[in-house]
Write a protein that binds this ligand. Structure first.
Ligand SMILES: NC(=O)c1ccc[n+]([C@@H]2O[C@H](COP(=O)([O-])OP(=O)(O)OC[C@H]3O[C@@H](n4cnc5c(N)ncnc54)[C@H](OP(=O)(O)O)[C@@H]3O)[C@@H](O)[C@H]2O)c1
Length: 301
């Protein structure tokens, strides 16, 4: 097995790369600017110019597509929305065109996707993989993203799409934004606090990619979320408890976030519960199925 990872320099990609290297599996990265964090070969691409260093495919058996502009990094202007979609979809299409043209015998193509597929709807429904996509911006982005992954079926690859929840990790990703105020002793739930926050520990998401690469039984789409449901209030209070911080302030009103972040605020003000049932039935074993255990591992280890 030789795995090509796009966006391998990021949160999930770094953790997955370490795990694959620990298992003596060869890994190469495809990146916008070659910088080798792990002592592995990195190759450059410029998807906007449709340029890719074709050497990256040499001997590659499996591709993991993680690249994409940060969803919550900047306000959602029209330009940013295009970047969010195209950095996932046009990159996948570029990979596909090259794999087809160069006749690279890819066994599997594993793509990130998001639980945003189900939309941010604040309902009591628990969404599973058979449910339809919603029609807001993030949901549509996920549909385009997943459709671009499906292209790889044409070249006989096993395609897997992981609809990922909020990845919890130490000093990285979404948690650093959420825990900032808690650490300062001014943490409070946001909006009603009742909006669902499907989550997964970094160890489990990296291990899931590893298991999916190894096991041919994984095909199609899976919700990559921990089994325990959490809402914004539970997450904020559990962070505070783990950090031994008190929470005494009222919830942050929704309009404050809407005024500052516009449409982007929906991703924290709204949320849908997502089921881990299919993943559990597949035999995947979570190391951190419970939120308090995940946070204790992150903050206390
Ligand atoms: N972390 C989460 O909570 C979460 C939740 C749901 C879904 N996901 C999805 O899972 C994937 C990996 O997540 P992550 O947290 O590891 O992401 P990340 O830390 O933001 O890393 C993504 C990588 O994508 C590349 N990238 C960034 N902007 C790009 C652009 N405009 N065009 C092309 N490539 C770009 C970068 O790699 P180079 O600089 O090396 O090119 C970056 O390291 C992402 O697509 C993300 O949307 C993540």
């Amino acid at each position: 097995m030789k795995v090509l990872i796009t966006g391998g320099s990021g949160l999930i990609g770094s953790s997955l790369t370490k795990q694959l290297l620990d298992e003596d599996i060869e890994v190469v990265h495809l990146t916008r600017s070659a910088h080798s964090k792990f002592g592995i070969k990195t190759y450059e691409w410029d998807w906007k110019q449709k340029k890719i260093d074709e050497n990256c495919f040499q001997g590659v058996t499996d591709i993991v597509h993680l690249a994409g502009a940060g969803i919550a990094d900047k306000p959602w202007t029209m330009r940013r929305k295009h970047e969010i979609i195209q950095s996932r979809v046009n990159t996948a299409k570029l990979l596909f065109d090259k794999v087809k043209e160069l006749q690279i015998p890819i066994k599997s193509y594993i793509s990130a996707s998001g639980i945003g597929y189900y939309g941010a709807v604040n309902s009591d429904k628990v969404f599973s993989e058979q449910d339809k996509s919603h029609d807001d911006f993030i949901a549509k982005s996920c549909v385009y993203w997943e459709n671009s992954a499906d292209l790889f079926q044409e070249v006989g690859a096993r395609v897997v799409k992981l609809r990922t929840g909020v990845v919890l990790a130490k000093n990285k990703g979404a948690l650093t934004k959420i825990d900032k105020t808690v650490k300062l002793g001014i943490g409070a739930p946001i909006g009603t606090g009742k909006q669902a926050v499907p989550w997964i520990h970094i160890h489990d998401i990296a291990n899931l990619y590893y298991q999916v690469l190894q096991n041919k039984e994984y095909k199609g789409v899976y919700n990559a979320v921990a089994p325990e449901f959490a809402d914004n209030e539970m997450l904020t209070k559990t962070i505070a408890k783990t950090l031994n911080k008190k929470m005494f302030l009222p919830n942050v009103p929704s309009f404050v976030l809407r005024t500052i972040y516009g449409e982007l605020s929906d991703i924290v003000l709204k949320g849908s519960s997502v089921s881990a049932e299919k993943l559990l039935k597949s035999g995947f074993e979570f190391k951190y199925p419970i939120l308090i255990d995940a946070l204790e591992n992150i903050y206390k280890k």
